[in-house]
Design a protein around this ligand. Structure first.
Ligand code: FNR
Length: 356
């Protein structure tokens, strides 16, 4: 593993480690995959305004999310079915999160049970949820998460229907039975992931249902999948405790904007009332820094974590997070920002500003 020098190199290792069907499932985006490319490329259009002769002999990357201290503003995004990547599945990812002192958001579509993930390590965990037509099943998951010590619920709001991921259609990607729902949801043997989602997910979900969620849990609620200032305001009005700016890793609506390009308008209307996180295309410490400069409190990492897991299990995930942390530390030093609070809007220049 010593030869791996950046997070992107794990993609090739994962490709070699995984059956094509699973690698395609993890790496793919919706339709033309335009947003998939844009998520990464939009970061490359933001440049720095580095400040010099600042004492950067000590860099402190630590921060807090919903009051929980983490070693750096880099968290683990919820991604489905880690056992397709590694036999230890989410328990390995969670151990890596604990070792790196960060928060893992466990997917509703995890292959390990909530309780298995909880007992594998003491990482701070949030549970991501979808809302099933069978509300009782979703409510039961939320209760189990509370009991297992999860600290927040992250409601993903960008999947009323499943995006068209053409590689999965071609490969006839099938969804394994998810152990969390054993005995609750009956899967059609061999059915595709899209068929599974459309038969179970509640496409009638609206902002009013945040009240329902609030009525069944005392945990803080974040919404994940916000891309406009209008929806950010609706989320605040609905009383959420945090917002994740996300286009679902470009797996839902193709030609959605790259997340980093809409972050600022959302941060602006939120006005510091709740934390704003971002995910999509974060592959470098410089990307993390850019997101923070444009107002995010932290970023979530999706695919690179899965690639690290597929290639090297728990150690691979640790390495992915550690490399991003090291790069962020260097970026902060070279930008003249010894702490997270020192990173401001003045540290970056966006494309539109450069054109002026
Ligand atoms: C995801 N994502 C996701 N999101 C979610 O809320 N619940 C889920 O179960 C999943 N599953 C999932 C599987 C795979 C294979 C991927 C790649 C993504 C979206 C995820 O949380 C996150 O928004 C993106 O992955 C972030 O983009 P990057 O870091 O992958 O570019």
């Amino acid at each position: 593993m010593d030869q791996i020098v950046n997070v992107n190199e794990f993609q090739e290792l994962a490709k070699r480690a995984l059956p094509k069907m699973y690698f395609d499932f993890y790496s793919g985006g919706a339709e033309d995959q335009h947003t998939l490319k844009e998520n990464v490329e939009a970061f490359t259009r933001i440049m720095f305004r580095p400040r010099v002769l600042v004492d950067v002999s000590k860099i402190d990357m630590s921060t807090r999310i919903l009051g929980y201290p983490i070693s750096a503003p880099i968290m683990i995004a919820p991604t489905a079915m880690h056992m397709l990547a590694h036999p230890q599945g989410e328990t390995a990812t969670a151990k890596a999160a604990a070792a790196c002192n960060t928060i893992m958001i466990v997917s509703y579509m995890a292959s390990c049970t909530i309780e298995e993930v909880a007992s594998s390590c003491n990482a701070v965990r949030f549970l991501q949820i979808y809302v099933y037509k069978r509300r009782d099943v979703t409510a039961q998951m939320v209760k189990r998460a509370e009991k297992a010590g999860f600290k927040a619920i992250v409601l993903t709001v960008d999947v009323p229907k499943f995006g068209r991921r053409e590689a999965d259609i071609k490969n006839k990607m099938v969804s394994p039975q998810l152990r969390n729902f054993e005995g609750l949801i009956s899967y059609l043997e061999g059915s595709g992931v899209e068929a599974l989602a459309s038969s179970t997910f509640d496409a009638s979900l609206t902002w009013k249902d945040i009240e329902w969620l609030r009525s069944i849990t005392k945990l803080p609620i974040m919404v994940k999948g916000i891309l406009t200032r209008e929806d950010a305001l609706r989320a605040i009005e609905a009383g959420v405790d945090g917002i994740v700016v996300s286009n679902h890793g470009a797996r839902q609506l193709d030609y959605s904007p790259a997340t980093i390009t809409v972050l600022e308008e959302i941060v602006h209307v939120v006005g510091g009332r709740v934390p704003v996180l971002l995910d999509g295309g974060v592959r470098r410490g410089t990307d993390v820094f850019k997101a923070l400069a444009l107002g995010a409190q932290a970023v979530l990492i999706g695919r690179p974590v899965v690639y690290g897991l597929a290639a090297k299990g728990e150690d691979g995930v640790r390495k992915v997070i550690d490399m991003l942390k090291n790069e962020l530390e260097l970026t902060m030093a070279l930008s003249g920002c010894p702490t997270i609070d020192d990173i401001t809007r003045n540290n970056v220049r966006t494309e539109s500003e450069r054109l002026k």
